[in-house]
Design a protein around this ligand. Structure first.
Ligand code: GLY
Length: 413
């Protein structure tokens, strides 16, 4: 199949690695990709948020399937433009992508569909935000309503910090003040063709920058899959009470969701609750879910894109476990220092590297952003996978680079 993958992160590198691992050979191009992606498939320097440019490229190059990795092209309507031209695309249109693009929209859909979630108040002014902050009390949960590149969420006991965060994001639009929910977080990805959903294997993300879940929120510093502590029936319960009602609600509003429904969940003592929806594969969870996928990914993505998911069985996963640890630049997440050389990538063993913010300069890899790369390891158990991942990280050098040392420690026995 001729496949175009849009995006430039470790998630897209992991998607491409999975597609390349299939027995069937695919002709894959990435736009714009990164240095690691460019080492395995051709890349084209086009702006993935430009619907006209992407559609023309897909038409000119007989692309049979476009896989949209990040949220920005989805919210920009790139999937709509491709569908209008008859090109199969894995990713929701602009309207359904509001599930991620607007937290207010997501809450309305959840309310209409009867999906369990925490209480939330939308605030369009500081006065409204202050009223909700004091009604819900600490810990305070403040979220930017729109896309915020992983910087929109603050969970804090510090009321002044909560107010400052609300004030800052009110400068960009509305904010949501939410009830704090305590429990273990789970990321569950579901493929959707607009009517039918098929689950992938659950994963857990580590969002804080530092060990023991301390430090600022990030885009994700590591992940593991599967989650041995989940109760039996967890995935079916999420399908029945969350994913299917959400997909049906969107279909009933003539905005079918075709793509990846990312359910960000929390298991509380009162049951499963939705923390957030995203409209695309998660990063870094994709890096641990896809290496365990036995069913060919291309067939699943194509079936979802063409309304044929109902003809397929549930995807199968290996019994192996997977761990990923993110290497970040000094200063991430506040002010990452970029341009520094990364050495040792070619010397690692027993792991795969999913590149994120890397470029090749005079034959050397350099860091171009905050989350630089994900080291991905699989194994028969978490102790083995962790040992491989952390051994590789000792081999890779990035001045000032940092990573968490406790990824998957809680399940490593
Ligand atoms: N891992 C969080 C996200 O992808 O949004």
């Amino acid at each position: 199949m001729r496949i175009l993958v849009l995006g430039s992160g470790a998630r897209e590198h992991a998607i491409i690695t999975s597609l390349l691992s299939e027995a069937e050979r695919h002709d894959i191009t990435a736009a714009p990709g990164n240095a690691g992606i460019a080492a395995v498939v051709p890349v084209v320097a086009l702006d993935p948020t430009r619907a006209d440019v992407v559609s023309q490229y897909a038409l000119d190059n007989d692309i049979e399937l476009v896989v949209i990795g990040p949220e920005a092209p989805l919210v920009a309507g790139v999937a709509d433009a491709l569908r209008q031209r008859g090109i199969a695309v894995f990713g929701p249109g602009k309207a359904a992508a509001q599930l991620e693009g607007s937290k207010t929209f997501a809450k309305r859909i959840m309310d209409a569909a009867g999906v369990p979630t925490g209480r939330a108040a939308r605030a369009g002014s500081l006065t409204e935000a202050l009223a909700a902050i004091d009604e819900y009390g600490a810990p305070y949960v403040i979220k930017a309503d729109g896309l915020a590149a992983g910087k929109g969420v603050l969970v804090t006991d510090d009321r002044d910090a909560a107010v400052a965060h609300a004030d800052y994001w009110l400068g960009h639009g509305a904010v949501l003040v939410e009830q704090f929910l305590a429990g273990q977080e789970v990321s569950l990805f579901l493929l959707s063709d607009g009517h039918t959903v098929l689950p992938l294997s659950p994963a857990q993300d580590y969002k804080r920058a530092l060990d023991n879940d301390e430090g600022p929120n990030t885009g994700g510093m590591g992940a593991y899959s599967p989650l041995p502590w989940l109760p039996a029936g967890f995935v079916d319960e999420v399908i029945d009470t969350i994913a299917v009602p959400t997909i049906r609600q969107l279909a009933s509003e003539h905005t079918p969701f075709i793509g990846l429904l990312y359910c960000g969940l929390i298991v509380t003592d009162k049951g499963i609750r939705v923390i957030e929806f995203n409209a695309r594969f998660g990063d870094p969870e994709t890096q641990v879910v896809l290496p365990r996928l036995v069913t060919p990914l291309s067939g699943l993505l194509y079936a979802a894109s063409t309304g044929e998911l109902g003809t397929l069985p549930r995807p199968e996963f290996s019994d192996d476990v997977a761990v990923t640890v993110v290497l970040a630049s000094e200063g991430y997440p506040e002010q990452p220092i970029t341009g520094r050389q990364i050495t040792g990538i070619a010397d690692v063993h027993d792991v795969t590297i999913a590149h994120a913010a890397t470029a090749l300069v005079k034959g050397e890899f350099v860091a171009t952003g905050g989350r630089v790369l994900s080291v991905v390891a699989t194994g028969a158990d978490f102790a083995e996978a962790r040992a491989k991942a952390y051994a590789a990280l000792e081999t890779i050098h990035l001045e000032g680079g940092h990573y968490r040392s406790d990824i998957a420690l809680r399940v490593a026995g």
